[in-house]
Design a protein around this ligand. Structure first.
Ligand SMILES: [Fe+2]
Ligand SMILES: [Fe+2]
Length: 272
């Protein structure tokens, strides 16, 4: 008999079928893998180009830079979070999946760094995003980390990518946002699949804590979604009503997701 540990698919006595869903997302992630150099750098504009006076163009560029900065900040935090998940997950199928998520988040970061380099460098940080990052990183249980990051955050962020893509047609930014919407769709799906398995064996106490965590996170996510740096303050005011409307729909959806995981969501309070 060999002293080498058996790979997960060779373990005869243990039924691993519960993890099939997670494994499916591992395969999907491998299939969807892309490289930063696949983007048409230098062939098309990084972000939409402004018209009018040089001052006006500079102002436009600052607006786009702030959009890119917020996503860069989110993906740097996601790198830390994904590697925490890789380290914390005890199941081989989940570890395999998280090894791809670490690569995704770090590829996203690389792309944002390249993009912001073409826009004059980093800008103002979104303080709410930093707070959200701390909540994820300091969450006590694996169930809570998966719940906050993959079930909520990565799902709630997808419509934002679509929105940015729609307003930046024909640019690197559009291309990148479309790729990230797909990647985060996989991250979210994998999180749902894994959280379902984790909650099968979880105590009521762990489940109750997820609701508490959701209540802590949702108002902060709302603040993050509505936050505007100085460069976008003007546009921010013009769009606020529409943003709130959209955000409410997204948060409602987040609550339904918790429900589909079998959590009692009657205690979740929406920030509006
Ligand atoms: Fe990402
Ligand atoms: Fe992600």
């Amino acid at each position: 008999m060999s002293a080498e540990p058996l790979a997960y698919e060779e373990q005869p006595d243990e039924d691993r079928s519960r993890y099939r869903g997670v494994l499916r997302f591992y395969e999907l992630a491998k299939h969807q893998e892309w490289l930063v150099r696949d983007l048409p750098w230098g062939e098309i504009a990084p972000v939409p180009e402004g018209r009018g006076s040089p001052q006006r163009q500079a102002r436009r560029r600052d607006v786009w830079r702030s959009v890119v900065m917020q996503q860069l900040q989110a993906d740097v935090l996601a790198c830390e979070m994904a590697s925490q998940l890789l380290n914390a997950a005890p199941d081989p199928e989940a570890k395999l999946y998280y090894s791809t998520m670490v690569q995704d988040e770090s590829r996203h970061t690389e792309a944002w760094l390249k993009l912001i380099g073409q826009l004059g460098g980093e800008g103002e940080r979104d303080p709410h995003l930093d707070t959200l990052g701390h909540m994820f990183l300091e969450a006590d249980t694996l169930e809570e980390k998966v719940f906050l990051m993959q079930v909520f955050f990565e799902r709630l962020i997808i419509p934002r990518f679509r929105l940015i893509a729609r307003s930046s047609r024909g640019t690197i930014l559009e291309d990148l946002c479309n790729r990230l919407a797909i990647d985060d769709g996989i991250h979210h799906g994998a999180g749902m699949a894994y959280e379902r398995v984790l909650l099968e064996g979880a105590s009521q106490k762990v489940k109750d804590e997820l609701i508490v965590a959701a209540n802590r996170m949702l108002p902060e996510f709302a603040a993050h979604a509505l936050w505007r740096p100085k460069a976008r303050e003007m546009i921010g005011h013009l769009m606020e009503a529409r943003d709130r409307e959209r955000l409410k729909t997204e948060l409602d959806h987040g609550v339904r997701l918790a429900n589909s995981l079998g959590l009692d969501i009657s205690e979740v309070a929406l920030p509006f």
